[in-house]
Design a protein around this ligand. Structure first.
Ligand SMILES: Nc1ncnc2c1ncn2[C@@H]1O[C@H](COP(=O)(O)OP(=O)(O)O)[C@@H](O)[C@H]1O
Ligand SMILES: [Mg+2]
Length: 258
């Protein structure tokens, strides 16, 4: 059965796209058939995976998944071997999904199932937008699993409760199959006492909901993102270290996903 994994958090800049992108690379390298779906109107994941100008994007954009009876879905083939249901940068149509009637959230999974394309993939990875809206609920409704990247510095944890409650409502009302694999701490400032305290408090409060592995501040992840490459392919000690950390997270995710 195809595993569908959402990378979710109601905040921007916490590492959703980074961890999603690196997981795509990891799974493609491992020989799996992978489809990435970009629900974030910023379109970063699409540009990084496509490695091409958006004027040349082909096939179905992610906004079309929200149409009624959209049963012909054609993902775009990317050079690195994954397929992509893309969005262009700042696509106003994808932003406008938030004003559609609430029941539009079931259209993506209904359409994907009816199209038959899910059979072509072992994994579908969904990069979510940074808000608790229709697109996030649609992503959770189509997923078998969700992973929530979080940061512990400043106010970055504020609102995470809203995310966890959104996941629970989706499990109760729309998708009982959805499994929350938990929160993964990203961008941890290990030398910074307040961060370490917040981290320990989070681990104590919800021990089963926090990944064992965590990711520090790793500038090479930024470099890998910019170039659209796996961080472990960069020939630098610091990139190797970053690669080790993010791979540990991905392996933990894969253990949970099975
Ligand atoms: N662990 C990390 N160390 C350093 N930079 C990171 C780390 N995780 C993410 N980043 C950078 O932070 C920015 C935001 O990350 P991103 O994955 O785009 O967040 P989101 O998708 O949640 O908005 C990007 O420029 C990314 O390269
Ligand atoms: Mg993002």
């Amino acid at each position: 059965m195809t595993k569908i994994i959402s990378f979710s958090n109601q905040k921007g800049g916490v590492g959703k796209s980074t961890i999603c992108l690196q997981t795509v690379f990891y799974l493609v390298e491992a020989g799996y058939r992978v489809l990435a779906v970009d629900f974030d109107p910023q379109g970063n994941t699409s540009s990084r995976l496509s490695q091409s100008d958006e004027a040349t994007y082909t096939g179905t954009p992610s906004v079309r998944l929200f149409d009624e009876n959209m049963h012909e879905i054609q993902p775009m083939k990317c050079v690195r071997g994954m397929d992509l249901i893309w969005t262009t940068k700042n696509d106003p149509e994808l932003s406008e999904i938030e004003s559609l009637p609430l029941n539009c959230v079931v259209n993506p999974i209904t359409n994907l199932k009816a199209s038959g394309i899910l059979d072509n993939y072992d994994y579908v990875l969904v990069d979510c937008p940074p808000s608790l809206g229709r697109k996030l609920v649609a992503a959770l409704t189509m997923s078998t699993h969700v992973i929530c990247p979080v940061q512990v510095s400043g106010f970055a944890l504020d609102g995470v409760e809203g995310l966890l409650n959104t996941i629970i409502s989706v499990q109760e009302e729309l998708n009982p199959e959805l499994e929350n694999t938990g929160m993964v701490i990203n961008n941890l400032k290990r030398g910074f006492e307040e961060d370490m305290i917040t981290r320990d408090e989070l681990r104590k409060a919800v021990p089963d909901l926090v990944y064992k592995s965590e990711i520090g501040v790793r500038g090479q992840l930024d470099v890998a993102n910019l170039n659209g490459v796996p961080v472990w392919s960069i020939k630098k000690t610091s990139a190797r270290e970053a690669g080790k950390e993010i791979r540990a997270v991905i392996e933990e995710l894969m253990e949970k996903v099975g």
